[in-house]
Design a protein around this ligand. Structure first.
Ligand code: C2E
Ligand code: MG
Ligand code: MG
Ligand code: MG
Length: 291
C-alpha cells in the first residue's frame, strides 16, 4: 500500500521538469536585469601563504542581492547562466571589475593579485584572449597580477584546442590555475604541457582532513604531483587549524578558507588585509603565523 501511494505521488510530480525549466528561465531573466541594474558585486577571498601567513592574492567571487529574493548563491545562478549562455556577459563584467579593482589597489600602492573564475563557455569563445587583453589594457593592470581559474572539465573536453587557447592566454602574461582540482580526471600528460602555475585542491578533499585517511592520501598525492610538475598548490575551504597544520606539513604552499576569512567586500578586504595586515580572528590563531 505504501509503495503504491509512493508511486502515484511520483507520477503526480512528473511535470516537475517543466516547473524547473520555468524557474530557470525566470532566474535567467532576473539575472539579465540584475546586470543592467548593477545588482552584482564582487567579493574577494584572501589567499594565504601557509609558511609565512602573508596574504598573497585574492579570489574574486560574484555576489548577487536581488531586491525581492535577497542574496542568491552563485552555486544557484552560475549554472543557470552557463546553460543559457548569459555567463559570457557576466564573466566579462566580473573580469573588468576584478582587474579594475586590482589596478586601483596598485595605484594606491598595494600590489594584490586577483584570481577570476572562468566558465567553459567563456573559455570557448574565440575572442576570449582578446577580451582578457582588452580588460587588462583598459585597466592598466600588469598581466602578471591577473590569474584565471579554469576547471579540469574545461581543459579536457578538447585538450589540444584547450592547449592552444591556454598558450595564447599565457602569451599575454596572465597566470592560470586549475580550480576544483581532483574532481575531474586530469591527464597527467596534458597537465605537464599546460602553461599553468597552480593547482587548487577542491574543498571536498579538505573537509575531512586530517582524520579521513583516503582524503589525506588524495591531498598528499595532489601536493606531490604539484611539486613534481613545479606548480604551486593551494587548498580551498580550510576552516580549522588542524586542516591548516596538516597542509603545511604535507608541503602545500597556500590556502584559502574561513579559517582566515570568507570572501569580503572590497572595503572590508582593505580594512582587514591591507590596513591591519591581518584579519581579526576571534581565536587569534592566525597571529601565530607572523607576517
Ligand atoms: P569556487 O571557485 O571553487 O570558489 C570557492 C567557493 O568556496 C566559494 O563559494 C567560497 O565562498 C567558498 N569557500 C571559501 N572558503 C570556504 C570555507 O572555508 N568553507 C566553505 N564551506 N566554503 C568556502 P561561492 O562564492 O558561493 O562560489 C561558488 C562557486 O560559484 C565557485 O566555486 C565558482 O565555481 C562559482 N563562481 C563564483 N563566482 C564566480 C564568477 O565570478 N564566475 C564564475 N564563472 N563562477 C563563479
Ligand atoms: Mg574558484
Ligand atoms: Mg575552487
Ligand atoms: Mg570548489
Amino acid at each position: 500500500w505504501v509503495k503504491e501511494s509512493g508511486r502515484s505521488a511520483f507520477h503526480f510530480h512528473q511535470p516537475r521538469k517543466d516547473v524547473d525549466l520555468l524557474s530557470r528561465m525566470r532566474l535567467d531573466h532576473a539575472m539579465r536585469q540584475a546586470l543592467q541594474e548593477g545588482q552584482f558585486r564582487l567579493h574577494y577571498q584572501p589567499q594565504i601563504n601557509l609558511a609565512s601567513g602573508q596574504v598573497i592574492g585574492a579570489e574574486a567571487l560574484i555576489r548577487w542581492r536581488d531586491p525581492l529574493r535577497g542574496e542568491i548563491s552563485p552555486a544557484e545562478f552560475i549554472p543557470v547562466a552557463e546553460e543559457s549562455g548569459f555567463i559570457v556577459a557576466i564573466g566579462e563584467w566580473v573580469l573588468h571589475q576584478a582587474v579594475e579593482q586590482a589596478a586601483r589597489w596598485l595605484r594606491q600602492g598595494w600590489r594584490m593579485p586577483v584570481a577570476v573564475n572562468v566558465s567553459a563557455l567563456q573559455f570557448q569563445q574565440s575572442q576570449f584572449a582578446d577580451t582578457v587583453a582588452h580588460a587588462l589594457r583598459a585597466s592598466g593592470l600588469p598581466p602578471g597580477l591577473l590569474e584565471l581559474e579554469l576547471t579540469e572539465s574545461i581543459l579536457l573536453r578538447d585538450a589540444e584546442e584547450a592547449l592552444r587557447r591556454l598558450q595564447s592566454l599565457a602569451a599575454l602574461g596572465v597566470c592560470m590555475s586549475i580550480d576544483d582540482f581532483g574532481t575531474g580526471y586530469s591527464s597527467l600528460g596534458y597537465l605537464k604541457r599546460f602553461p599553468i602555475q597552480r593547482l587548487k585542491i577542491d574543498r571536498s578533499f579538505v573537509k575531512a582532513l586530517p582524520s579521513d585517511a583516503s582524503d589525506a592520501g588524495i591531498v598528499n598525492a595532489i601536493i606531490q604531483m604539484g611539486q613534481a610538475l613545479r606548480l604551486h598548490v593551494i587548498a580551498e575551504g580550510v576552516e580549522t587549524e588542524a586542516q591548516r597544520d596538516f597542509l603545511l606539513r604535507a608541503g602545500c604552499d597556500e590556502f584559502q578558507g574561513y579559517l582566515y576569512a570568507p570572501a569580503l567586500g572590497p572595503q572590508e578586504f582593505e580594512e582587514r588585509v591591507w590596513r591591519r595586515g591581518n584579519p581579526s580572528s576571534p581565536g587569534g590563531g592566525m597571529r601565530l603565523m607572523g607576517g
